[in-house]
Design a protein around this ligand. Structure first.
Ligand SMILES: [Zn+2]
Length: 391
């Protein structure tokens, strides 16, 4: 194998790595290749840990788009913040959470380190992106400084803002319009790196072609870095350090440069609840099972619903979940989906089944009264027509 072929193979491997995106367990990715049909993806369980796993983005032109939707990794109430959320979006169960509880008055000392939040040096929670971590820290600071009697109203406002479909559409349309130039540039870079350069070296030889090829490559990565910097500053003006690091990578690493749009699109809609993101991008047939899952998790989260016995922490978990559940139900009704219908008992798989788990919908025969997979969730009986009851 010649040096050039070996180098090209290394480039393919590096690019393959760039196409694998790390995602927290409580996040979902929405992915499209051609920009029309969107698919919902959970982080994979094959390569990952308790905190997250990988999802793959479309590697070939037009390179597609990835959006990440996550719930807030904390529960909030007028009393304080709990580093625990009982409802999860992850198919593999809850991610590792701190379970730490802080009173509102303590939140003035909140600090963000990369994607993690700390209060007075103690770990509170980890977000899926630096953008989300900064947004959450800003929200907590507002709550901490708000008068105690207005906090509940402020929390309701925060939750309502997470369900603003109109706001999401505006953000998305603006992003699409502004990222067009960068998309063209990254697609051109893909063609240059994987088609033009190998073909030129193969047919004309490296000695005769390396100067124009290098100039073309540098021209494309420099253009991508400039466009990336401009768009990053418009979308995330406060993240100067992150912008600098990403720009250097986009400029110097062609494989990273090709995926530059992903870096910008991934945290774009993290201010919105995953249900709202899914409602905008998924077709009704794909949205319905996701809506059912969100609803089930909020109505019947796996047990225990709170990892600590502290009264204020328990109340905070319940308050936050109830607030979200109310907003989720309102949102679904507006989209003409009946929450009661989505939560209807599953279709009986066998006559011998007498009960089902309200969370995971597994069906059980007689002799079982709780679901171990859901932390000992009490089962609900099937209401069978008279005469069909097993004797
Ligand atoms: Zn279950």
């Amino acid at each position: 194998m010649s040096d050039q072929v070996l180098l090209w193979c290394v480039l393919v491997v590096v690019y393959g790595w760039e196409c694998a995106c790390w995602l927290g367990r409580d996040s979902v990715a929405l992915i499209t290749w051609l920009g029309r049909g969107w698919r919902l993806r959970n982080p994979g369980r094959l390569v990952g840990n308790q905190r997250g796993g990988f999802v793959a983005v479309p590697p070939l032109p037009p390179l597609g788009t990835i959006l990440v939707a996550s719930s807030l990794p904390v529960s909030l109430s007028a009393q304080g913040v709990l580093g625990f959320v009982s409802a999860t979006l992850g198919a593999g169960g809850r991610s590792a959470q701190s379970g730490a509880f802080f009173r509102m008055e303590d939140l003035a000392q909140i600090r963000v380190r990369n994607r993690k939040l700390f209060v007075g040096g103690r770990f509170l929670a980890q977000c899926d992106s630096v953008v989300a971590a900064n947004q959450l820290a800003a929200t907590l600071k507002v709550l901490a400084t708000a008068p105690a009697e207005t906090r509940e109203r402020e929390l309701q406002r925060i939750v309502r803002s997470m369900f603003q479909l109109g706001g999401l559409q505006t953000v998305w349309n603006t992003f699409q319009a502004r990222s067009r130039g960068l998309r063209w540039c990254t697609n051109a870079l893909f063609c240059d790196l994987f088609l033009i350069i190998p073909a030129a070296i193969w047919f004309l030889g490296l000695g005769r072609t390396w100067v124009p090829l290098l100039v073309l490559l540098l021209g494309l990565t420099t253009t991508a870095a400039v466009l990336f910097h401009r768009l990053h500053r418009q979308l995330y003006p406060e993240l100067e350090d992150e912008r600098f690091t990403h720009c250097i990578l986009v400029w110097l690493s062609p494989a990273t440069s090709i995926r530059a749009v992903d870096t910008l699109s991934r945290p774009l809609l993290q201010a919105y609840h995953p249900l709202v993101v899914a409602a905008h991008f998924l077709n009704p047939a794909a949205f319905r099972p996701f809506a059912t899952r969100v609803l089930l998790e909020l109505r019947h989260p796996a047990l225990p619903v709170c990892p600590v016995g502290d009264e204020a922490a328990v109340a905070t978990e319940l308050f936050w979940r109830s607030l979200l559940l109310g907003e989720v139900e309102r949102f679904l009704k507006k989209r003409e989906l009946d929450p009661q219908e989505l939560l209807a008992p599953p279709t009986l798989v066998e006559e011998s089944c007498s009960a089902y788990c309200p969370r995971c919908r597994t069906q059980f025969t007689r002799g079982t009264d709780s679901c171990a997979d859901c932390g000992g969730m009490p089962l609900l009986p099937f209401f069978k027509p008279a005469g069909n009851t097993p004797k």
